[in-house]
Each structure stands twice: as structure tokens, then as C-alpha cells.
Design a protein around this ligand. Structure first.
Ligand code: MN
Length: 293
């Protein structure tokens, strides 16, 4: 099932270019279920969402609705720093996820399909990182790798927008709008194996990244299991699995398209309107990104 947030707080199921709104069966005028309420209800929530989709009288052409971030403020966003070896090479990094573990991005950095990434500083480099996003489906602490995918609700496209430099990772990746997700969440049953998904990311019409999650250093199950050994995972938490090679600088007016097999395409735009001078002095430090191509 593909679950999308759209309009002013509506939730819908996407199929064949259409979206059907999920309305409460008992009270059509009442508040619709939310993505968070569906995820938190576990298998019953999904079963009910499917029943509501089948019964729905509210069907729209996808091109006629405004999609929103499928989760507008996840409980937390955990991210993998260097989880593809070719990305490690292009950054001249000597450390990968085995050395670094994971880090956090602010949940206020989320935006959605069609939204605008706002670059805050005119004198710093900002890159796109196209990644598979994992949405957690149930509370999990210390889960075994063999059971870790059972804790996954679904998957989405995720852009980990990053300021290059020597400041702390969590700062460089936590500016408002720096975590676009969407265009919807595809449930885990529909995706199957998350470690074999083609990923393509284009900026202003030129392909920059062509990867596959089979090249993840830590596959999804290991990443979820490890993360749950550090912190309790809750329904709706999001894990950014890391980016393949092909990161590059963003500029005012760019558009970004991230396509992941079995999921869909997330499109956003980039603006540098109102950008100021950066108050922190990390520009000359930190991992060295590849030159613009
Ligand atoms: Mn990343």
C-alpha cells in the first residue's frame, strides 16, 4: 500500500495515478486517520486503512492534489553517515559507518513533495544526498538483526541535504527544509527486500546519482538493529540509510528529483533567497566533497 498525506491534513491511498481519501467509516464528517495513527495502530491500522480505501467515495487524480510530507514531524530522524564505500571515496573519507555509527537530524528539518529547500547561507556549499528512508512501525529496543525488518512500517524517498564543512554533522544537516521525504510511504510488504532497490537522483535534469541499496555497507536490517541497541525506536521514527556517490553542490533555482525503485519519485526545488553570510567558521574543514561535475 502507498500511503500519502495530501491537502489540508488528509490521508490517502495511492494507486494507478489516483489517490483515494481515507475517511472514517462510522463518521464521514469526522477527523480522518493520520499517517501517525495508522502506523501506531500496527497491523490493525494497516488493515483498517485498506478497508477505508476500498470503501472510499473520495477519489482524485494525483496530478490534481497537493501532496505533503508523509510524516511532517517524525519523533526522530536517525541517519547513517558513510554507508556506501564509493561515497566514502568521493569524500576522501577514511572512516565509514563501522567507525562512525549513526547521528541525528532535527525532526523540524522535514519538508515534502513540491516544497522548496531553502539554502541559509550564500558563502557555503550545500549538497544533495539521495537516500532510502526507513519508517519504523513499532516500538523496538535491542532488536536482533534477523527480526529488524519486522519493525519497519515502510519506505520512502529521503533527501539528506547537507552543508559541507567542519561543523557538527547534526548542525550541517538540520536546517529547516533539509530533510525532504515522500512522495508517500510504501508499506514494507509491497517493497519486499529493501537491500536491492535502484536509486537515481537528478539535479536540474542531470543525473548525479545512480546507485542501488545492495551497495549499502550496513544493510537496512543491520542499521535498524544497531540503532535500536542505542535508542528505543518508536512508530514513525525515520532512518536515513546513507547516500551513494554522486553528491554535488546545489544552487538557487535548482530542482531535485529522487527516484527509488518500488517507491516513486520525490521532487523538490531549491532557493537561496534571503541567504546570508554563515556565522560559523567550518568552511575550510571537514570531509572534502568532490568538485562540481
Ligand atoms: Mn546522508
Amino acid at each position: 500500500m502507498k500511503l500519502a498525506a495530501f491537502g489540508a491534513g488528509a490521508l490517502g491511498a495511492v494507486r494507478d495515478g489516483h489517490i483515494v481519501a481515507l475517511q472514517p467509516d462510522s463518521d464521514p464528517a469526522g477527523p480522518p486517520p493520520t499517517m501517525a495513527s495508522v502506523i501506531e495502530a500496527g497491523p490493525v491500522g494497516l488493515w483498517r486503512a485498506e478497508a477505508l480505501a476500498r470503501a472510499s467515495q473520495y477519489r482524485f487524480d494525483l496530478s490534481g492534489v497537493r501532496l505533503r510530507a508523509p510524516l511532517d514531524r517524525p519523533g526522530k530522524i536517525i541517519a547513517a553517515p558513510v554507508n556506501y564505500s564509493r561515497h566514502m571515496s568521493e569524500m576522501s573519507e577514511t572512516l565509514d559507518i563501522n567507525d562512525l555509527g549513526v547521528f541525528l537530524k532535527a525532526n523540524s528539518s522535514v519538508c515534502g513533495p513540491g516544497d522548496v529547500i531553502r539554502l541559509p547561507y550564500a558563502d557555503r556549499r550545500f549538497d544533495q544526498e539521495g537516500e532510502l528512508g526507513v519508517v519504523i512501525g513499532r516500538q523496538a529496543r535491542g532488536i536482533a538483526e534477523a527480526d529488524a525488518l519486522d519493525a519497519v512500517f515502510g519506505y520512502t524517498c529521503l533527501l539528506d541535504i547537507t552543508m559541507r564543512g567542519g561543523e557538527d554533522r547534526s548542525l550541517r544537516k538540520s536546517f529547516d527544509t533539509f530533510t525532504p521525504i515522500g512522495p508517500w510511504i510504501v508499506t514494507a510488504d509491497e517493497v519486499g527486500n529493501p537491500d536491492s532497490l535502484a536509486l537515481t537522483c537528478s539535479v536540474s535534469g542531470r543525473v548525479r546519482q545512480e546507485g542501488n541499496t545492495r551497495s549499502l555497507i550496513w544493510p537496512v536490517a543491520k542499521l535498524v538493529a544497531y540503532t535500536s541497541s542505542v535508542m528505543t525506536l518508536y512508530p514513525g521514527d525515520v532512518i536515513a540509510t546513507g547516500t551513494p556517490e554522486g553528491v554535488g553542490p546545489l544552487a538557487d533555482g535548482d530542482s531535485i528529483e529522487l527516484t527509488i525503485e518500488k517507491i516513486g519519485t520525490l521532487s523538490v526545488r531549491v532557493s537561496a533567497a534571503g541567504a546570508t553570510a554563515c556565522p560559523t567558521a567550518g568552511a575550510g574543514r571537514g570531509p572534502v566533497p568532490p568538485p562540481p561535475r
